[in-house]
Design a protein around this ligand. Structure first.
Ligand code: INI
Length: 164
């Protein structure tokens, strides 16, 4: 049995007073529009003000990293949510697009310290993507927005409450 004498920090799930950017890829928009609706639903249900939530549309998942870097520089947002769908085709193209998106998104988050939630589907089929965009496997846009809310609250808490 371990007994901790330290504090526990955990981000809350209220979006009140938080500002978000939702970056949405137009490629596979049938899927990404549903991810966007899920993310907006999560923020609204969590007490957020959708007037404080900017939507940034980009051509495809390849464009996430450069867009995120520009948004991070504005210092306007508490967190950003990436919403995209990269679906495997017959060529290796998928690997380049999905790989650059994933590693680039992670790099911007790590470099800037801004919470960036990964709501980018990488699937073998269109059906798998639909299942995860409001179908039988839930809505990963909703889930990513909830993660963004929690992380924005956690980082605020750590910045204000942790004393050495
Ligand atoms: N972009 C996606 O978001 N999803 C995909 O499945 C996809 N495929 O398969 O090609 C895709 N390609 C476009 C890419 O993201 C760029 O927008 C394009 O290469 C221009 O830079």
């Amino acid at each position: 049995m371990s007994e901790s004498k330290g504090k526990t920090f955990e981000g809350g799930l209220s979006a009140q007073g938080l500002r978000f950017a939702l970056v949405v890829a137009r490629f596979n928009s049938f899927v990404t529009d549903r991810l966007l609706a899920g993310a907006q639903d999560a923020i609204a249900r969590s007490g957020g003000d959708l007037a404080q939530v900017d939507v940034v549309r980009i051509p495809g998942a390849w464009e996430f990293p450069v867009t995120l870097r520009a948004l991070a520089k504005t210092c306007r947002y508490d967190a950003i949510v990436c919403l995209g769908a990269v679906i495997r085709g017959d060529t290796p193209h998928f690997d380049y697009v999905a790989g650059n998106a994933a590693s680039g998104i992670a790099a911007v988050g790590n470099e800037t310290g801004l919470p960036i939630a990964f709501g980018v589907l990488t699937t073998n089929t269109f059906e798998q993507a639909i299942d995860r965009a409001g179908g039988k496997a839930g809505n990963k846009g909703f889930d990513a927005a909830m993660t963004a809310i929690e992380m924005a609250n956690l980082l605020r808490q750590l910045a204000t409450e942790v004393r050495s």
